[in-house]
Design a protein around this ligand. Structure first.
Ligand SMILES: [Zn+2]
Length: 286
């Protein structure tokens, strides 16, 4: 069993048919499909290259319509804009009417410990909805308009305060600003994909050691870079946190799986990362 625990409908031109064909090609049994609800002012125009034009972000409607193409293959996710006054009601309705099981993806220009966001996290804890978060620091793009940078979520400090404030809620760390902290230096603040040897004392490890409600997905260039930039460290990291890491792609390639296979992990460790941890988070039978 293989579960891709982070992906999106209509992302990079992948409609339901292309996603299902891609799952066949890569041996993926199930895929978690996430929305991205974000105000237009907080949306980088570069996303128009990889998402359907005319819209902003990835609407719930897209998750629902792709999900309907193969209900037994998709786990549906939705996180409303946390600053909507009716965000909790919208999420509750999506759970009750559409069977939403994951409150993701959270990617907004709002610090993670915003009081309105904390209310939603508490609701997610009660409902047993894991939350996948996207963290980006304000790293200059070289342009002044429409914005000089595209930070999302604030900082690892704001994320840590949220994780600490909501011990009953499962958080899944993701994205460059999260994974660059695998190394005990400050390169996360200035580089999206720092490479090379991992320095001791990385805050990702400290957070995983401190908060049992924190998980992380290995998706995208950020997750793969974190575990492959220093392969001996990466292998140790995967073994040490084998109960808290999720196979995930946030894209449609096979690079992460190729790297995982190259490490020759014990089958039990591989299995947890490939599917068992994701199943356990959703309360699914293993
Ligand atoms: Zn994503």
């Amino acid at each position: 069993m293989l579960i891709d625990a982070h992906n999106h409908p209509n992302w990079h031109g992948h409609d339901a048919d292309r996603i299902l064909a891609n799952m066949e090609e890569h041996g993926i049994d199930r895929m978690w499909l996430f929305t991205w609800e974000v105000p237009a002012t907080d949306y980088s125009p570069t996303n128009h290259r990889v998402l359907p034009p005319g819209g902003v972000g990835i609407p719930l409607q897209d998750v629902l319509s792709v999900g309907r193409a193969a209900p037994d293959r998709f786990v549906l996710g939705y996180m409303p804009d946390v600053k909507r006054p009716d965000a909790i009601d919208r999420l509750k309705a999506a759970v009750e009417i559409h069977g939403i099981r994951v409150a993701s993806e959270l990617k907004q220009r709002v610090p993670f410990d915003d009081p309105d966001a904390l209310d939603i996290y508490h609701f997610c804890g009660e409902q047993k909805l894991p939350i996948t978060i996207h963290l980006d620091y304000p790293i200059a793009t070289g342009y002044r308009y429409p914005r000089p940078n595209w930070w999302y979520g604030g900082s690892l400090d704001s994320f840590e305060r949220a994780v600490a404030a909501c011990p009953e809620t499962i958080f899944i760390g993701h994205a460059p600003g999260f994974w660059a902290h695998i190394s005990g230096d400050d390169r996360a603040l200035t580089e999206s994909y720092p490479n090379g040897p991992v320095e001791p004392g990385g805050r990702v490890l400290h957070l995983l050691d401190t908060y049992p409600n924190l998980y992380a997905d290995l998706s995208a260039g950020s997750g793969l870079t974190a575990i492959s930039r220093d392969p001996a460290f990466g292998r140790e990291f995967l073994v040490r946190y084998q109960d808290r890491l999720l196979f995930a792609r946030d894209y449609f390639d096979g690079r992460l799986m190729a790297f995982l296979k190259s490490l020759n992990l014990e089958p039990a460790v591989f299995d947890k990362i490939a599917c068992r941890n994701a199943q356990r988070l959703l309360g699914d039978a293993e």
